[in-house]
Design a protein around this ligand. Structure first.
Ligand code: ATP
Length: 454
């Protein structure tokens, strides 16, 4: 377990506008959260870092942004209608519901009673009617994973980009699961975002690629700021594997509530492309496949070496954005003892993830000349494209530093009377981690900040 407690994080998130309970004014919608002014920045920064490392920095991955509303047939042939479920147990005493695998010693986790029902399968997908007539037949689903559209659009991407194996398709977007017991703040929720890569490879090379992607993904999380000793790659076996997987590594993190899955790296074989393909007998499909009577596509690619059409295998690293936010906050949160009864809370996020990159603070509130310089600095720093630069016209430097430490702002720039009275003009720049303040000439400020972020 981490030294940071969930209570510390929940309190910080509410106080500083990072995460709020959804529909709080009506008592809250369970398992659903809204990201506040700083949460949206943090989330976007994580997603941008993932997209950059997957799509921009590599030459073998394309992007996609597919619809959330999903055709019923897609989730029928993917196996989700039949198998995407959790066994559920009801407590007859206190009427609460629990996942069977969360029950310990045959006792209700809520009231301790042993008067429980037998486990029943509960499908986790949100069904929704589509179109104006709600007669029970016109329905689809909110997708439970972003991956399925990557499979159903596989041929369109291959045909429009002329990709050869191995190559991947990356996507970030919302997924929905009607979790029986949402809990642990944003760890298990009913609406969340996934960052998913489907990496298509030649059958036979899949196990090597699976290992490669496990390591790539571990390294990426370390680059984002998670300590390697707080991450574990767990080899999932047997009944714990998802219905589509031949093998899976769960990348687990020491969350405040314990060691749990942050990202799954699965070997989905040819299961999905095979299941969505017509005339399946033309291919050497290895995974269990239902005969497909409805698809009009062959989701295959040319094997140039053996000169034939094949259905590739796929390796899938799939990470939850909310679990990423929670892990990174857990790791970054520190309460520092400054001596003499003073302390501070500081979020030591990596600079590229910080919701606010630089905060410009006037020494005196509403002072015309000082404010003019503040606006000018903000304008110049924004042009660097580093992200959000805030201007805090409160006139209380101590409070502004405290707030910026708590939200992880790497640099605070203070404009004072020396800035406007002396030449060459200079400002103070305060480093979040060391709390050291330095005076720097205004003309050198952009170069300094650029050097810190780019
Ligand atoms: P779990 O076993 O925790 O229910 P899972 O194995 O069903 O997760 P996957 O289907 O592998 O999860 O989904 C990939 C990733 O999506 C997970 O590693 C996680 O980060 C995220 N994710 C899945 N379900 C949720 C959820 N209910 N809330 C938040 N994130 C989730």
């Amino acid at each position: 377990m981490s030294a940071t407690s969930m209570e510390q994080l929940i309190s910080l998130c509410k106080r500083r506008g990072i995460i709020f309970q959804s529909a709080e004014i009506y008592g809250g919608l369970q398992g659903v959260y809204d990201f506040g002014p700083l949460g949206v920045e943090l989330k976007n920064n994580i997603k941008n870092a993932w997209w950059k490392s997957m799509v921009y920095e590599r030459d073998d991955i394309e992007g996609l942004d597919s619809a959330i509303l999903t055709h019923r047939k897609v989730l029928q042939y993917s196996g989700h209608e039949d198998t995407f479920s959790d066994p559920l147990v009801d407590c007859k005493q206190c009427k609460t519901r629990h996942r069977a695998d969360h029950i310990k010693d045959n006792k209700c986790p809520n009231c301790g009673s042993a008067d429980l029902t037998e486990p029943r399968e509960f499908n986790l997908m949100f069904k929704t009617s589509i179109g104006p007539v709600d007669d029970g037949t016109n329905f689809g689903y909110l997708r439970p994973e972003t991956a399925q559209a990557i499979f159903t659009q596989f041929r369109n991407v291959v045909d429009s980009t002329a990709r050869k194996l191995p190559f991947g398709i990356a996507q970030i977007g919302k997924s929905f699961r009607n979790e029986i017991t949402p809990r642990n703040f944003i760890f298990r929720v009913r609406e969340f975002e996934q960052m998913e890569l489907e990496y298509f490879v030649e059958p036979g090379t899949d196990e090597e690629w699976h290992e490669t992607w496990k390591n790539e993904r571990l390294n990426w999380w370390v680059e984002q700021g998670l300590k390697r000793e707080n991450l574990v790659a767990q080899d999932i076996e047997g009944d714990d594997l998802a219905h589509y997987a031949k093998a899976c590594f769960d990348i687990e993190y020491k969350f405040p509530h314990g060691l749990e899955e942050l990202e799954g790296v699965a070997n989905r074989t040819d299961y999905d492309l095979g299941n969505h393909t017509k005339a399946q007998n033309e291919f050497e499909i290895t995974a269990h496949v239902h005969p497909n009577k409805d698809s009009n596509a062959k989701l295959c690619i040319r094997d140039e070496v053996n000169n034939k059409w094949i259905i590739p295998y796929v390796i899938e690293p799939s990470a939850g954005v909310e679990r990423g936010v929670l892990a990174l906050l857990t790791e970054a949160y520190e309460e520092e003892d400054l001596g003499e009864g003073n302390s501070r809370i500081v979020l030591k996020l990596k600079k590229h993830l910080a919701p606010v990159k630089v905060s410009v603070i006037p020494l005196k509130k509403n002072h015309e000349k000082i404010m003019e310089t503040c606006f000018e600095i903000k304008k110049r720093l924004l042009k660097l494209g580093i992200g959000r630069v805030s201007l805090e016209n409160t006139g209380n430097i101590g409070k502004a530093y405290r707030r910026n430490d708590e939200i992880g702002t790497p640099f605070c720039i203070t404009v004072d009377f020396e800035t406007i009275e002396k030449t060459p003009a200079s400002v103070t720049i305060r480093d979040r981690d060391t709390m050291q303040q330095e005076r720097i000439e205004l003309d050198k400020l952009e170069e300094f900040i650029r050097g810190q972020f780019i």
